[in-house]
Design a protein around this ligand. Structure first.
Ligand code: MG
Ligand code: MG
Length: 255
């Protein structure tokens, strides 16, 4: 492990191999959730499924207790963007549900999220989901040695906005590794004059576009966790943990 700036921690190939273990667990979990999500289940059911799955693989749920969060999965429905607290809410046909999960193995975390349709959803909701996922892959494509964080941001923003949607400004991606949240911040939009660090071999990044049908503004509910769109429009969220390597971007949380 070496530090290339005072803050951004690069991982050795051996450390990245460990991160692949927690990443694989999250990939399998999100794949299994695709079949589990249906009208009538509660957001708590999703959390219980996620927690059991992570523990059964010998990993620890990264989110549980982090900053005081009470659950193993963040489950955010429709206009909820991120950090939804699982509870008694039942999913209904036409909802979209964003599930964000983290797992730790041998001291290293990975972080991943996906938005799922519940039964049949509107064509606009489906377009939002597909656009957000594609914007993530466009961002990942930029995660190469010598590029800058802003190249990732630009790829995400330009694709999402070209499809008529807006990018949330208030929330960003982040480095990931020994801690769930490390430097650098990875905004999903370009901040003029702030290109961010140059990407180097061994950086591990949680890239996570959050995209709204309506305006970009969000607020936090009185539960002090759930982030929602100010205009009540639908929001989607996709996230992968990615290693910057000599061979190009390696998605640690892919199947
Ligand atoms: Mg996450
Ligand atoms: Mg994250």
């Amino acid at each position: 492990m070496r530090k290339i700036t005072p803050l951004v921690i690069c991982k050795s190939p051996e450390e990245i191999d460990i991160m692949k273990k927690s990443g694989a667990i999250l990939a399998e979990l999100l794949d299994e959730l695709r079949g589990f999500i249906k009208p009538g289940i509660t957001t708590s059911d999703i959390d219980a499924f996620a927690e059991e799955f992570i523990l059964s693989r010998g990993a620890n749920p990264s989110f549980k207790g982090l900053y005081g969060f009470p659950a193993s999965a963040c489950v955010s429905v429709n206009e909820e963007v991120v950090h939804g607290i699982p509870g008694n809410r039942k999913l209904v046909e036409g909802d979209i549900v964003s599930i964000d999960v983290g797992a730790e193995v041998e001291g290293f975390h990975c972080d991943s999220a996906m938005t799922f349709p519940v039964g049949r959803v509107s064509s606009e909701a489906m377009k939002l989901i597909r656009t957000t996922e594609e914007s993530l892959y466009r961002g990942i494509e930029q995660a190469r040695i010598g590029m800058r964080i802003a190249d990732i941001s630009r790829a995400i923003q330009s694709y999402a906005e070209s499809r008529g949607f807006s990018i949330i400004r208030a929330l960003s991606g982040h480095g990931v590794g020994r801690k769930l949240h490390e430097e650098p911040a990875i905004p999903n939009f370009v901040i003029r004059g702030e290109p961010g660090p140059v990407l180097a071999d061994g950086m591990t990044l949680a890239i996570e576009p959050m995209v709204n049908v309506g305006g970009p503004d969000v607020k936090t509910l009185n539960d002090n966790w759930t982030v929602v769109t100010c205009d009540g429009s639908l929001s989607a969220h996709f996230e992968h943990s990615v290693a910057v390597t000599c061979e190009g971007p390696v998605i640690l949380t892919a199947l």
